[in-house]
Write a protein that binds this ligand. Structure first.
Ligand code: GLU
Length: 310
């Protein structure tokens, strides 16, 4: 394919910067409400490491739920398929912070990417550790897969969510009541709020996701982050569950495994070809980046990238 990716990402960034309708910045975590809605960044990192960036691709933002991809990877490494006794693998069809499904399904969250499921995943990472150690392990892992030791946790965002994350407190307590949380809710949530507060730029996030485009191989260190089977399964979950109850529409429009976060970031994977990160803080009605999804739709159409294409 004769494609000028620099020109393409530049065009996409230019188009997105002109758009008036940008969605609403998340405000239920007060610290996120301060982010400028006009920001837009994109980074496309090809399998060979060549990177094409546009807009604010080097500005760090709060990755929020995109962190769930990394904690899921770590938890599967730690407890393997036993994880699936505590969390399901089906799209939820419900908002990311919904509590209703949990009652009907007896404290077993639908999938590891809704908040309840991610809290269970984080609970497995706490096993035998103090929260501080678990937070350190998650940050070290993200730095390792991105090959970048400058990635950090934004403490102000973590504090802000700790002070206001009442719905997550409710979810954690509810699962505890069903016996699906092994640690005290405040300990597990302490880790969860910190993983969500990891800050990364689009360039760093695309680098961190590259192992999923490489069938589980570490891009630079040699060896594997996960087996190819596991990488494929994580990608499958991203496709089916990565955008909450907007996952079907995202798959229809973009056709790539991807995970969104309420900070406005999206990590998308083109197996064998590329890892892509986009960031635009304004969210659509189901809590996914409005322009981030549009930018990925433009990129997928222009490149022909899709998991449904040969
Ligand atoms: N920390 C956020 C929460 O638990 C993550 C949600 C998201 O990014 O979708 O509410």
């Amino acid at each position: 394919m004769n494609l000028d990716l620099d020109a393409l990402v530049g065009d996409i960034a230019a188009e997105m910067s002109e758009r008036e309708e940008r969605g609403a910045v998340a405000s239920y975590i007060p610290q996120l409400a301060h982010v400028d809605p006009r920001r837009f960044g994109i980074a496309v990192m090809l399998a060979d490491g060549t990177t094409h960036v546009g807009g604010d691709a080097d500005e760090a933002f709060s990755i929020q739920s995109i962190s769930k991809v990394f904690t899921l990877t770590l938890a599967l490494g730690k407890v393997g398929d036993a994880l699936w006794r505590r969390v399901g693998r089906e799209p939820s069809g419900n908002p990311f912070n919904s509590i209703v499904q949990l009652e009907a399904e007896k404290g077993i969250p639908r999938n590891p990417f809704i908040n309840a499921g991610a809290i269970v995943v984080t609970d497995t990472l706490l096993g035998g550790h103090a929260p501080k150690e678990a937070i350190g392990e998650i940050l070290r892992f993200v730095r390792h897969v991105a090959d970048d030791d400058t990635i950090f946790i934004d403490k102000a965002v973590a504090r802000s969510e700790t002070a206001t994350g009442h719905r997550n407190v409710a979810l954690a307590n509810y699962m505890h009541a069903f016996g699906n949380l092994e640690h005290a809710p405040e300990l597990t949530l302490g880790v969860y709020f910190h993983q969500c507060a990891i800050a990364m730029s689009c360039r760093q996030l695309a680098a961190a996701g590259r192992f999923l485009a490489l069938d589980g191989r570490h891009p630079t260190a040699g060896g594997r982050v996960v087996s190819s089977e596991r990488a494929r399964r994580i990608n499958a979950l991203m496709l089916t569950c990565g955008h909450y109850d907007g996952s079907g529409d995202f798959a229809f429009r973009v056709g790539l495994p991807a995970k969104s976060g309420v900070g406005g970031g999206i990590l998308a994977i083109v197996p064998g070809k590329a890892s892509i990160a986009v960031w635009s803080p304004g969210l659509n009605r189901v809590g996914n980046s409005m322009l981030g999804a549009l930018a990925l739709e433009r990129l997928a159409r222009a490149t022909g990238w899709s998991v449904f294409a040969p």
